[in-house]
Design a protein around this ligand. Structure first.
Ligand SMILES: [Fe+2]
Length: 338
């Protein structure tokens, strides 16, 4: 497996580039905006195709590079499901859901506590813990709806249930450490030596840490990485009502570009066919659009993936559902469960 750890000295943030092998599909976890060009160079040098970029949570100490990487590479921006996630990213994963990056399979673990949107991501014998578990520490719980009780549960009932040999890659380290293991942290991490949840809560409430310097600027920025509806509409976007009118009047082919786990979770619009997002250009290359009387409507989770697809496809017979299936469901329209 190809694995590269980048470090941002300003915020002491670690970013991870992961792929199965040279030439394969890749993902990046917790990118920092200022280092986008470094990541892209590594991707080019290794002949990788970036297909997913993941944030473990909304960061407070650096501006995420998630939207810049999405726009530069048309990859899928991904976060764990939470209150605001669907506005920020194009794909949400829920607790315990698995998703693919090439041949690799990552599993999302919901681990609230540092923030209410914190997730860890497990890949074979590696776990990317964000700010949930750090080397010799744990993420603070005193802002962004952090909660020490939740973090205790996330640590002791989720992360520390993993085998001692699992390698732990955090989002930060302030002392130059790069990796640890579950077993080492279980034995030596001072925050994990508590005898009860209350002892952990008391420990976390006694920290009295200053807020990150740029928090008031960075957090609002990191909540705005998504593609707003009005921008989605500019690239042959249609709303739910327009789609229903088209379905009643014309020959419409509906194409769902989401992944299998999303379709199983949220259902799909009746009569749609599934074409993976990464295959959409190939799909249309095989269709003589000028000869076709069909109209095509693409949809995804929140419209952000199909917005990217439409920028590439640029054809007046291809539309996409702005707001995705989320807006369809919110409008009270039915979905078929698979
Ligand atoms: Fe954080």
């Amino acid at each position: 497996m190809l694995f590269r750890q980048f470090f941002d000295t300003t915020s002491s943030t670690y970013t991870y580039l992961i792929a199965n092998k040279k030439g394969a599909e890749a993902c990046i976890i917790d990118p920092v905006l200022e280092h986008i060009e470094n990541y892209l160079k590594a991707i080019k040098d290794l002949d990788l195709k970036l297909v997913k970029v993941i944030d473990t949570h909304v960061h407070a100490d650096h501006v995420s590079g998630i939207s810049k990487l999405r726009d530069k590479t048309q990859c899928i921006a991904c976060m764990g499901k939470s209150q605001n996630a669907s506005e920020i990213v194009s794909m949400e994963v829920s607790d315990n859901e698995k998703f693919k990056v090439g041949d690799l399979e990552l599993r999302a673990l919901f681990t609230p506590g540092h923030t209410d949107d914190s997730y860890c991501f497990l890949l074979n014998n590696k776990i990317f813990t964000g700010d949930t578990l750090l080397i010799g520490g744990t993420g603070r719980t005193d802002f962004q709806n952090g909660n020490a009780e939740d973090q205790y549960n996330s640590l002791f009932n989720v992360v520390l249930k993993l085998d001692d040999s699992v390698l732990v890659y955090p989002a930060h380290d302030y002392k130059g450490e790069t990796v640890t293991t579950i077993g080492f942290e279980r034995k030596t991490n001072p925050r994990l030596q508590v005898k009860s949840k209350q002892e952990y809560v008391d420990l976390m409430s006694s920290l009295n840490l200053p807020n990150p310097k740029l928090m008031d600027i960075v957090v609002p920025k990191n909540r705005k990485h998504g593609v707003p509806l009005e921008i989605q509409m500019q690239f042959n976007g249609i709303n739910v009502q327009q789609l229903k009118t088209m379905m009643n009047q014309k020959k419409v082919k509906l194409i769902d570009v989401r992944e299998d786990f999303e379709i199983q979770r949220d259902g799909l619009i009746e009569k749609s066919i599934q074409v993976p997002y990464t295959q959409i250009e190939n799909f249309f290359q095989n269709i003589e659009l000028s000869q076709s009387t069909d109209q095509f409507v693409l949809y995804c989770h929140s419209g952000q993936r199909t917005y990217l697809a439409l920028q590439k496809l640029k054809n007046s017979n291809i539309y996409h559902l702005a707001g995705g299936i989320l807006n369809w469901i919110e409008a009270g329209e039915s979905v078929r469960r698979t």
